[in-house]
Design a binder for this molecule. Structure first.
Ligand code: PNS
Length: 163
């Protein structure tokens, strides 16, 4: 049986921290699906199509990976794609309360789907998408935090020259 995992997130935009987590997940599972949450209740800087496009570009070298948008319940999406695991990254202890709450709800909804927490690599644990957006808005070079295509898209979005 093929082991399929889902890496869900807003990816607004995808950072090198996300890419590191996804890359490591592709080594743990036969196939990984990156699920980019549409989530109409959240105000995203990038549209879901833009976020999917950036995730595809960032992970183009990974052969056992697909990127889809996610609408509705995550566990339903997992069932539709025969995924048995949800992979989430933990950057620090501060991520735990929220992640544990989501894990518990997902376990209530679908006990057959296991959440797997992967600690962020030391080199990327400080990177977060909201910080990257904020810095980019202030005209700071964020190219050490995101894939090149994302740096270009942020520069276009905020009207900064590509760094
Ligand atoms: O990058 P984020 O914002 O931490 O990702 C959150 C995400 C997409 C994992 C979460 O919002 C989610 O699972 N959304 C799908 C809706 C759902 O299933 N909600 C119930 C789980 S608690």
């Amino acid at each position: 049986m093929k082991r399929i995992a889902v890496c869900p997130g807003s990816f607004d935009p995808i950072t090198l921290g996300h890419v590191d987590l996804i890359r490591r997940a592709t080594r743990l599972f036969d196939h990984v699906i990156v699920a980019v949450a549409a989530d109409a209740q959240k105000q995203h800087v990038f549209s879901v199509d833009e976020r999917v496009e950036m995730a595809i570009a960032a992970c183009e070298d990974l052969s056992n990976l697909t990127v889809y948008s996610l609408e509705g319940l995550l566990v339903q999406f997992c069932r539709q794609h025969q995924a048995t695991a949800i992979v989430k990254g933990l950057r620090s202890a501060a991520d735990m309360p929220h992640e544990m709450q989501m894990q518990a709800i997902n376990a209530d909804l679908a006990p057959e789907i296991e959440t797997v927490f992967v600690p962020a690599s030391a080199s990327t644990a400080h990177i977060c998408a909201s910080m990257v957006r904020w810095l980019s808005q202030l005209g700071v070079d964020i190219s050490c935090y995101v894939p090149p295509m994302v740096a270009e898209q942020l520069a276009l979005k905020y009207g900064n020259p590509a760094q």
